[in-house]
Design a protein around this ligand. Structure first.
Ligand code: 13P
Ligand code: ZN
Length: 274
C-alpha cells in the first residue's frame, strides 16, 4: 500500500488540518510525530526508500532503536499539509543505537524533519516506557490563550493546573494528572528536550512558556482532544480575567473531589487541590 493510502497517514494529516483550522499553527508553528507500530509499517514497506543518508538526531534514544516515525517537516506550513503531505511530512527510521535517523519517505522536494525532533523522540521514549508502549502521538502547537496565560501567572505546575481545572468542569477528567510547565527555553534544542522529557514522566501535557502546548497520547483523536481541551479552558480563563468584574464563584475543592468520585479519577493529583 502507498503511505498516503494508510489509515495512520490519513489520521496524521487530519490532525494537522484540525489544528490548522483552529488557528493553532501560524506558518510552520508546531509539529507532530507518530510512533508507527511494526504491523502498520509493514503495510507500507513497498513505498519506503532505504537509500537515504543516516543523520545525527542530536540526542540519544536507545529505547527507540529500529522504530519508525511519521513527522512533520521543519519549516513546512501547516496550511499545506492536507494539500501536499508528501512534500511537508516524512517517515524516519531510527537506527539500532538510537542516535541517528534517515528519511525513508516524504519531503519529496527536500527538507528535514521538525527541528523539535530531539524533544519528540526523547518524550516518546519516556512515554513508551511509562505506558507499556501505548503512547504513540506527540503533538506540539501554538494556541494563543495558553501562551497568553504564561505572561500573567507564576510558571508553576500547580498554579496552571488549578487555573485550567477551574475554568472548565471536565478538565480534571481529561487531564487528571494536571499540566507541567516549562520556563522559556530556546526552541528546537536538546535542553528543552531534556527538561520536557523529565516532566513528561509525571504529565501527558506540558506548557512551554511563551511558546505553546506539547502533549502526548495513545491515538490521534485523544491527543488532539487533550490540546484542544487545554486551549479551550485557557480561553475561558483569559475571558474571565478580561471581563473586569470580580470572580464571584468557581469550582471548589469539594467539587473536584465529587468529580473524582463520580468519574473514578484514581489518578487525580489531589495535592494540587490545597
Ligand atoms: P519546525 O518547523 O522545525 O517544526 O518548528 C516549529 C516549531 O514550532 C518549533 O517549536
Ligand atoms: Zn513551537
Amino acid at each position: 500500500m502507498r503511505v498516503l493510502e494508510s489509515e495512520f497517514a490519513q489520521s496524521f494529516i487530519r490532525l494537522a488540518d484540525d489544528g490548522w483550522q483552529l488557528r493553532f499553527h501560524e506558518r510552520n508553528g508546531g509539529n507532530i510525530s507518530y510512533r508507527i507500530p511494526n504491523e502498520e509499517i509493514e503495510t507500507v514497506r513497498e513505498d519506503l526508500d532505504f537509500s537515504g543518508e543516516w543523520q545525527e538526531i542530536g540526542t540519544s534514544v536507545p529505547n527507540l532503536g529500529g522504530e519508525f516515525f511519521m513527522v512533520t517537516g521543519s519549516g513546512k506550513y501547516f496550511s499545506d499539509i492536507k494539500r501536499i503531505p508528501e512534500e511537508t511530512c516524512c517517515i524516519v527510521e531510527v537506527d539500532e543505537k538510537g542516535t541517528e535517523y534517515r528519511i525513508v519517505w516524504g519531503l519529496t522536494k527536500g527538507g528535514r524533519p521538525t527541528s523539535e525532533l530531539p524533544s519528540h523522540l526523547m518524550n516518546h521514549e519516556v512515554k513508551k516506557l511509562a505506558s507499556g508502549g501505548k503512547s504513540r502521538v506527540l503533538y506540539h502547537c501554538h494556541p494563543a490563550n495558553v501562551i497568553a496565560m504564561t505572561f500573567v501567572l507564576p510558571l508553576e505546575d500547580k498554579v496552571f493546573t488549578r487555573a485550567l481545572w477551574e475554568s472548565m468542569t471536565e478538565c480534571p477528567v481529561v487531564f487528571p494528572a494536571g499540566v507541567g510547565v516549562i520556563p522559556w527555553m530556546v526552541c528546537g534544542g536538546r535542553d528543552i528536550a531534556v527538561a520536557s522529557a523529565e516532566k513528561m514522566k509525571e504529565y501527558d501535557v506540558l506548557i512551554w512558556a511563551h511558546h505553546g502546548i506539547f502533549c502526548i497520547g495513545e491515538d490521534f483523536e485523544s491527543t488532539f482532544g487533550l490540546a484542544h481541551t487545554v486551549e479551550k479552558s485557557a480561553e475561558v480563563y483569559v475571558k474571565v480575567r478580561s471581563m473586569g468584574m470580580p470572580v464571584l464563584q468557581t469550582i471548589e475543592k469539594q467539587n473536584f473531589l465529587d468529580l473524582a468520585k463520580a468519574f473514578a479519577l484514581d489518578n487525580l493529583k489531589k495535592e494540587f487541590l490545597d
